[in-house]
Design a protein around this ligand. Structure first.
Ligand code: MN
Ligand code: MN
Length: 464
């Protein structure tokens, strides 16, 4: 009779597996570099810019003239490719991730003034718990595009000498009647107004001085925006301004075992997949990355996963590298990982998870056969043959991994871009680190999980 320890499944802690000084050193070096990437990537555009900077450093160029190439769309989505030893006809190894994260977007006519306070109205982007965005320091990142096409980049609230922005929350003394209000009704999206200003334009001194403008605080905000950026109120109509948590990513915990920051979902997969892609040794198959935008709002839009961008990139790549190979042949032979984050069991909300099929913080890469909700609806549901293959790839290098569902079956659910890739007939499954506090302004990632994800993605690219 076999030893039960040999027979029973037992996920392994990343701390345990990566206990050697060499691993610990590499693990913390990776996490520190990731923190820089995360701090610099607070919007989809910034994430793509960071990716391109690293590609340029590694000798990649735009277009498919060489075997190290990228193609970007609107500065928000990017496809990256590296030739392998085998022809494209044998399929590619592909990792997808998304560059966008939940946040508060400025409305197109954002500026208002109420009771002496100047504010910007917002429309939230993606799934968020509204109260988490109140009473905290916010920065504004984005672009303003003038009617003549001039694009003005905006980053405000990150430097120590710059002002930050915030949404004031109601004081507890006046919120008693809200105690019995369901959470879903307690916070209104139309109250997510960001404080931008306070000083009014005053009536001039002297007899003939001009009257103060009607909305004097708003007028002062317009003056300041005009001084700094040369813009008028109408220019905000063609702006994309995103209010995001201000400040850098930080170590969390006495042991610095956790990285806290904004936008782990899904820049943690963008970063770890990119590092794995760049560091993979002489890959057998062509390696590709596709980083989409708009995942948090359903993957629609020209830069989202439901657009044709990915297909066009593959067609352009094939036309340049291997014109005789039909698109469908490449797709049908492709193996893909949908790199996206998972929900780790929350120490204080353990009841939301089903422990036998949950992801635990620090236990390595989380694999997910299906996402979706209410009976796997809207899921890719990966094939066991593919999961078996991937398990073998990870076990061969002793990379910690766990198989997980998002939460209890009736509890909720969610989706990823896996189904958009599955539509091409390729093998695909979800694989990424599990987070605590996902979609909050301060998400938490486990240091060994970041390391395991990078090594796992690299093993995937290097697998024969
Ligand atoms: Mn995600
Ligand atoms: Mn998400």
């Amino acid at each position: 009779m076999s030893d039960i320890k040999e027979l029973a499944s037992a996920p392994k802690s990343g701390w345990e597996i990566y206990r050697s000084p060499e691993h610990r050193q590499a693990m913390y070096a990776l996490a520190a570099d990731y923190m820089d990437f995360l701090t610099a990537s607070k919007t989809e555009r910034e994430a793509v810019d960071e990716v391109i900077a690293r590609l340029l450093e590694a000798g990649y160029s735009e277009g498919f003239a060489t075997g190290r190439a990228w193609q970007a769309l609107h500065g928000k989505a990017i496809f990256v490719a590296r030739k392998g030893r085998r022809p494209l006809a044998d399929g590619i190894r592909l990792i997808s991730a998304h560059t966008d994260s939940p946040r508060l977007d400025f409305k197109q006519r954002p500026l208002i003034e109420q009771v002496g306070v100047g504010q910007a109205k917002t429309h939230y982007y993606g799934g968020l718990r509204k109260y988490q965005w109140l009473a905290r320091e916010l920065a504004i990142h984005g672009v303003v595009v003038k009617a003549d096409g001039t694009r003005i980049p905006v980053t405000l609230g990150e430097e120590a000498d710059e002002p930050v922005f915030t949404i004031a929350d109601l004081l507890p003394h006046l919120s008693h009647k809200d105690g019995a209000t369901p959470l879903s009704d307690a916070f209104s999206a139309e109250k997510l107004n960001i404080i931008l200003g306070h000083e009014p334009v005053l009536k001039g001194e002297g007899e003939d001085a001009p009257e103060a403008p009607k909305e004097a605080v708003k007028a002062r905000m317009l003056e300041l925006l005009n001084e700094k950026y040369g813009i008028r109120e109408d220019d905000l109509v063609s702006a994309e301004l995103e209010a995001v948590p201000a400040g850098p990513a930080r170590w969390v915990g006495l042991d610095k075992g956790i990285v806290g920051g904004y936008g782990h979902d899904d820049r943690i997969c963008v970063y770890t997949a990119l590092r794995a892609f760049l560091e993979a040794e002489e890959p057998e198959y062509a390696s590709c990355l596709i980083f989409w935008d708009k995942e948090e709002i359903g993957s629609d839009g020209s830069t989202g996963a439901s657009s044709r961008f990915f297909q066009y990139c593959i067609e352009d790549m094939a036309a340049a590298w291997e014109p005789e190979t039909p698109f469908r042949r490449i797709m049908m032979n492709t193996k893909a990982l949908s790199g996206d984050v998972h929900a780790a069991v929350d120490p204080d909300w353990q009841d939301r998870h089903e422990f036998k099929n949950a992801a635990f913080f620090g236990y390595g890469l989380s694999l997910c056969k299906f996402t979706g909700s209410r009976g796997k609806y809207g899921a890719n549901d990966a094939h066991p043959e593919y999961i078996g293959w991937m398990r073998g790839v990870l076990d061969e290098r002793a990379i910690p991994w766990q198989m997980a569902e998002l939460g209890k079956v009736d509890m909720g659910g969610g989706g990823t871009v896996a189904l958009f890739l599955a539509a091409y007939g390729m093998d695909v499954m979800d694989a990424g680190p599990a987070l605590l506090g996902m979609h909050s302004p301060f998400e938490l990632a486990s240091v060994p999980d970041i390391y395991a994800a990078k090594l796992a993605y690299q093993a995937f690219f290097e697998a024969k």
